[in-house]
Write a protein that binds this ligand. Structure first.
Ligand SMILES: CC(=O)N[C@H]1[C@@H](OP(=O)(O)OP(=O)(O)OC[C@H]2O[C@@H](n3ccc(=O)[nH]c3=O)[C@H](O)[C@@H]2O)O[C@H](CO)[C@@H](O)[C@@H]1O
Ligand SMILES: C=C(OP(=O)(O)O)C(=O)O
Length: 417
């Protein structure tokens, strides 16, 4: 296992290129198996989750050619098979194989997903959706067995706004007979990206990005070429890094509209932001106002930026309150930041953060964004080396992290733990 070593105290300066979105990529790769011919994905991020997903497709007899930021998937000889263990347990988004295999073969047996378990993450709304489409769902030795004689379109109201359930139902419903309506659907940009790919493959989906999505099922789907949207969470993390280190960074290859919530919060704190067509320049200041932040579903402030934002809020001159209304208990980064001298109290679904200088320490990333929070905190520390273990979590979501940070002037390196 590796650890990340960080010497802080330097303002980050320069330009960073943002890769394609992880949360799109790991839905688009399984979506490709609904096609009977080759699908090419461009602007793919180089991440461990993507590597695991390509192995999952190989296990299903869909060869994958992955070179740089391009992946070519050939699902023409795809075979359905039970996948109770192994790679499905290594990532959260393996649950998309449920919807994709159900759509393609009318059945799927998949182990319950792994990934970042910062709190219980139920999938009852996915199951509700599959059942509404006519599938029978049972649990066998820790795996879900989902089977339908025939998938039929249905009206499905999600009790919770869920990104995963919205996408999983879109995948299965694309191959159902008749029309499916998903009400109270999630509106994240990644959902539009998946719908765009599916439509290029021959699906008939309207309304993605709104709370009602209409899917008219089709009998067959075909290959296409699709370019993945930029990763708004990675971009937001670099924006926070620029502000936290009082740097001056151009975050390039982004869709500024996807970053409105973080941009507005940074401006409220006193960070200078310049927005261009496909990039955002973030200019840090010596002092910041404290602010209150609430993580909500899109277009609200992203829960995936909540932990990184916690670290930035330690750099203000007052007390900030950061609440998460998507995950009630996503605060595993807080005890680690406290080791670095942060004054944070968790009260219910909120963290109360008092500004103050942090110091170097040995800390542990327990999930992806908690890891990002620790990197940000470490880069603000004026002297000493911070050691961050659990780098494998950070590698799930940040393409070329060390080389990107180094090119911005940070002193960061990996060592064997
Ligand atoms: C691979 C991927 O895209 N991951 C993202 C996705 O996760 P994921 O799709 O798993 O998250 P959801 O949007 O489903 O979860 C949102 C909320 O709904 C609850 N819920 C969800 C499904 C369900 O069946 N029942 C239920 O109660 C969850 O516990 C959570 O409180 O959206 C999250 C919320 O933006 C992000 O943090 C993750 O980075
Ligand atoms: C929680 C995250 O991802 P996943 O849902 O894949 O665990 C994330 O990207 O912050």
């Amino acid at each position: 296992m590796e650890k990340l070593m960080v010497t802080g105290g330097r303002p980050l300066r320069g330009t960073v290129q943002i890769s394609g979105a992880k949360n799109s990529a790991i839905a688009l790769i399984p979506a490709a198996i609904l096609s009977e011919t080759t699908v090419t994905l461009d602007n793919l991020p180089v991440l461990s989750d993507v590597a695991i997903y390509s192995e999952l497709l190989e296990e299903l007899n869909a060869p994958v050619i992955w070179q740089g930021d391009q992946m070519i998937i050939d699902p023409s000889a795809l075979r359905s098979k039970p996948m109770p263990n192994g790679n499905v347990k290594k990532l959260r988004a393996s649950y998309y194989l449920m919807g994709a295999l159900l759509g393609r073969f009318g059945e799927a047996t998949i182990g319950l997903p792994g990934g970042c378990n910062f709190e219980p993450r139920p999938i009852d709304q996915h199951i509700k959706g599959f059942e509404a489409l006519g599938a029978r769902v049972s649990t066998e030795n820790g795996s879900l067995h989902i089977q339908a004689k025939e998938l039929r379109g249905a009206k499905i109201y999600l009790d919770v706004v869920s990104v995963g359930a919205t996408i999983n139902i879109m995948l299965a419903a694309s191959r159902a007979k008749g029309v499916t309506l998903i009400e109270n659907a999630a509106k994240e940009p990644e959902i539009i990206d998946v719908a765009t790919l599916l439509n290029s493959m021959g699906a008939r989906i309207k309304g993605a990005g709104t709370e009602t999505i209409r899917i008219e099922g089709v009998d067959s789907m075909h290959g296409c070429r699709h370019s993945i949207i930029p990763d708004r969470i990675q971009a937001g993390t670099y924006m926070i890094l620029a502000a936290a280190t009082r740097g001056d960074v151009v975050v390039d290859n982004v869709i500024p509209k996807h970053l409105e919530a973080i941009t507005a919060k940074l401006q409220e704190m006193g960070v200078e932001i310049q927005e261009m067509d496909e990039s955002i320049r973030v200019i840090g200041k010596p002092e910041y106002e404290s602010v209150d932040v609430t993580a909500l579903v899109y277009p609200g402030f992203a829960t995936d930026l909540q932990s990184p934002m916690t670290s930035l809020l330690t750099q203000t001159k007052g007390t900030s309150i950061l609440s998460d209304y998507v995950y009630s208990n996503r605060f595993k980064h807080v005890p680690e930041l406290t080791r670095m001298g942060a004054k944070i109290k968790v009260e219910g679904r909120s963290a109360v953060i008092e500004g103050g200088q942090l110091s170097a320490a040995k800390v542990k990333a327990t999930d992806l964004r908690a890891g990002a929070a620790l990197v940000i905190a470490a880069l603000t520390v004026p002297d000493g080396v911070t050691e961050i273990t659990g780098v494998e979590y950070i590698d799930r979501g940040y393409d070329h992290l060390v080389s990107n940070l180094s090119s911005l002037g940070a002193e960061v390196w990996r060592e064997q733990d």
